[in-house]
Structure formats: structure tokens, C-alpha cells
Write a protein that binds this ligand. Structure first.
Ligand SMILES: *Cc1c(COP(=O)(O)O)cnc(C)c1O
Length: 403
């Protein structure tokens, strides 16, 4: 009989969001007249920028004519998109990246999950805790050793260096789920660690567009030396509402090398190129035209307006929680507010309290890792009306208890 990849028996069952959905479903079955509001989803709610929609329509029309029709896309993305990314995200910010270091893809989830394909099984992995579940689960799937780096208020959510020297380090800043950031100086210490130990940093910058403060890096390549030690993952998902359209890109500098068992140094850029050209056939032309339009003046204005709208939600949520005496983190350079539960409740106890008493849904922090226990994630991706309503309900729920 066929044998499975045994490591798949070691990963959890995507328990978190399934369990959230189950508890909400059960509540609704018992109280069909009550209206539930969600501040739990990590997905967009606002319409996609008109400039993007227009570009997508135009590209779709090109498909109806044999003269302008496009078939398979280049594996690493069309030049028009690669060049727009290069100019707006890197050259204009004084960051040295070259066109053949940019690999356009269908999103950062696939790339952060697939990057392990080109890395050996015996690498020692370090991952911040709590974290976006893809990093831990994909490394468990391939049977690698993982050390978790707890990020809590005690260390101001700055990950401690691993006890066991790490070959590969996952960092995500601005962070999902905590909404916290690293300053340039703090990130520099990790680049220095990686240079010293010849490690590789896998830097997830999915939320870079939400950075609002001066000394917070948008890209790890703003840090001196990072070209030698880092791969960066980026996405149009949260930046421009592409969660359902699908487009992202990964930067693999040509200064990056890893060794074979015989000690030979190989280029990770060449390996990733080989991996993508074998297993990936490019993102849809139509969607790449939509992504290109994000960089037009109209696209920039429109997508920035939407981000500002979400960040106003973040401010509303954070201020309300703080007015109730709760300790909150994030929400300034990220669309997530990471909040300590009241009265030392577990994450799930707080979930049940909010759902049963005032019908507000958030995400239990413990679902993102052991260090998330006692925390709760609220997202700013809702619409304003629902956010305001949710906040009033939370005040009713906790205000009457605490005062
Ligand atoms: C949403 C998110 C992504 C983006 O994933 P896509 O596949 O590009 O939609 C990547 N990393 C983190 C941490 C995220 O929260």
C-alpha cells in the first residue's frame, strides 16, 4: 500500500479557525435571533482600488483578441510588474535589488511554505512564538527541528536569540498576530547574528505597507549586510486587497549562498529559480496587470486610503480596549491588536465570554502558539460600522464587570 509522508501525522489539525467557526456556528444555532460581529478575520472587507479593477478589465479584454492574447506567463513574473516593483519598492527607497532577484508568485503563503524545498532537512530552525502557522507547520511537514522564540511583554515582543544556533530564522515584521514591530537597530542585531552564524533569515514583510513610524523598516534590505543573509516575502494581499486575486513576490538576493554536504557553495537565487521554473507556471497575466496598477499614482492614492481606513479601525479598537484597562500591543504599524485577556482568563475563556455575552468574535492568541496563551487578537480589517459596534459591545461586556 502507498505510504504517507509520516511527518504529516505530527502537525495539528488547523484547529484554530475551525474551532472558532464551530463555536460561532453552535452559538448561532442556539440563539438565531442574535447578530454576531467578527473582529477575528485576517481578510479584507473594503472594495479593491478602482485603478486595479480598471487594469484587470483592460487585461481581460486583451484575452479576447488573438493579437493581444497572453498564454503562459514567465515563471518569475512579467517585466512590466517586476520593473514596477523594483522602482517603487526598492530603487525609490534607495535599496539595492536587481530585477532577477524578484520572483513574482501567487502569494506569500505559498512562497513561505515552499521555500523549504531548496533547504536541507537537517537545518536547525528558529521561529518566533506566537507566529503565522505556515512556518511551524511546513517545517514539521518536512521533519525539521524547531526552536520557538517566545515573544511576550517581558521582552517587549523582541525575539530572544536561539539557545541552539539556528541555520534558518523566520521573522515576520510588522508581525501577525501581535502587530508589533522591530526597529532598524533591533533588526540589525538579527542580521548581525545571521552573518556571524552563517544563518538564513526568512523575512515575511506581508504587512510592510502598514508601517507608519519613521525608524521601522519596510524591508530587511534596508539593513546593511542583509543581502548576504536574507530572503524577503511580500504580498499584494494586505497591501492592496489581493487576498482573492492572488499576487505576491519574493526577493532572493544573488549574494546568498548555502552549502552542499560536500561543502560546495551554491546560489539560493539559482536554486529558487530552478524550483519555481519546475513547479510553478506564473501568476495570471490579468492579475499581474492589476498588481502593476497598484504602483500608478491613482493606485497608490487609492490603496493608501484603504490602509488608512483600516488603521483608523485599529486606533478605535486599541483606544477602546485601553480605556477598559487592558494591555494592548500593535495596532500602530500593523492591522492587528494583540490584547492581554482580563483577569488572567485563558484565550479561549475570553473568546467564550465575548461570544456568549456580547456576540463579538476575535481570535484566541493560544492558537498561534504557546506564548499566545492569555492573549487575544483583534483585526482592523472590518468595516467602520461593525468595528464601532463591536467596540461598544466589548465596553458593555467588560465595563460593567470591571467598574
Ligand atoms: C496574510 C499573510 C500573508 C500573505 O499571504 P498571501 O498568500 O500573499 O495572501 C503572509 N504572511 C503573513 C504573516 C500573513 O498574515
Amino acid at each position: 500500500m502507498v505510504k504517507i509522508n509520516e511527518h504529516y501525522t505530527e502537525i495539528g489539525n488547523n484547529y484554530l479557525f475551525a474551532e472558532v467557526a464551530k463555536r460561532v456556528r453552535e452559538f448561532k444555532a442556539n440563539y438565531p435571533e442574535k447578530q454576531v460581529i467578527s473582529l477575528g478575520i485576517g481578510d479584507i472587507t473594503q472594495a479593491i482600488a478602482p485603478a486595479v479593477i480598471e487594469a484587470i478589465h483592460k487585461a481581460t479584454d486583451e484575452m479576447s483578441d488573438a493579437k493581444t492574447l497572453r498564454g503562459y506567463a514567465p515563471d518569475a513574473g512579467y517585466d512590466f510588474l517586476v520593473n514596477a516593483i523594483l522602482k517603487h519598492e526598492f530603487q525609490d527607497r534607495g535599496i539595492h535589488i536587481e530585477a532577477d532577484e524578484i520572483f513574482v508568485s501567487d502569494g506569500a503563503k505559498s512562497d513561505t511554505g515552499n521555500i523549504g524545498d531548496i533547504l536541507g532537512q537537517d537545518n536547525q530552525i528558529a521561529i518566533t512564538d506566537p507566529a503565522y502557522p505556515v512556518y511551524v507547520d511546513t517545517n514539521l511537514m518536512s521533519g525539521r527541528n524547531i526552536e520557538l522564540l517566545p515573544c511576550t511583554p517581558d521582552n517587549h515582543f523582541v525575539p530572544p536569540f536561539p539557545k541552539k544556533t539556528a541555520d534558518v530564522i523566520y521573522l515576520c515584521y510588522p508581525n501577525n498576530p501581535t502587530g508589533t514591530v522591530l526597529t532598524k537597530d533591533q533588526l540589525k542585531l538579527w542580521v548581525d547574528y545571521a552573518i556571524e552564524h552563517q544563518s538564513l533569515i526568512l523575512f515575511d514583510a506581508a504587512y510592510e505597507a502598514f508601517v507608519s513610524q519613521e525608524n521601522i523598516p519596510h524591508s530587511i534590505f534596508e539593513i546593511e549586510g542583509a543581502r548576504q543573509v536574507a530572503i524577503e516575502f511580500r504580498s499584494f494581499s494586505k497591501t492592496a486587497g489581493f487576498t482573492g486575486l492572488r499576487c505576491g513576490y519574493t526577493i532572493v538576493p544573488k549574494d546568498l549562498f548555502a552549502k552542499t554536504s560536500k561543502g560546495e557553495k551554491l546560489s539560493l537565487n539559482a536554486l529558487w529559480k530552478r524550483r519555481q521554473s519546475t513547479k510553478f507556471n506564473g501568476t495570471a497575466y490579468i492579475i499581474q496587470r492589476g498588481a502593476e496598477a497598484v504602483f500608478t499614482p491613482e493606485g497608490q492614492t487609492q490603496t493608501k486610503e484603504t490602509i488608512a481606513y483600516y488603521m483608523q479601525n485599529a486606533k478605535i479598537i486599541k483606544e477602546a480596549l485601553e480605556s477598559l484597562g487592558l494591555s494592548c500591543y500593535g495596532g500602530v504599524n500593523a492591522p492587528y491588536i494583540w490584547c492581554q485577556t482580563p483577569d488572567k482568563m485563558t484565550s479561549w475563556e475570553f473568546f467564550d465570554l465575548l461570544l456568549n455575552k456580547v456576540q463579538v468574535v476575535g481570535t484566541p492568541g493560544s492558537g498561534f502558539g504557546a506564548s499566545g496563551e492569555g492573549f487575544f487578537r483583534f483585526t482592523a480589517f472590518g468595516n467602520r460600522e461593525a468595528t464601532l459596534q463591536a467596540v461598544e459591545r466589548i465596553k458593555t461586556c467588560l465595563g460593567t464587570e470591571n467598574n
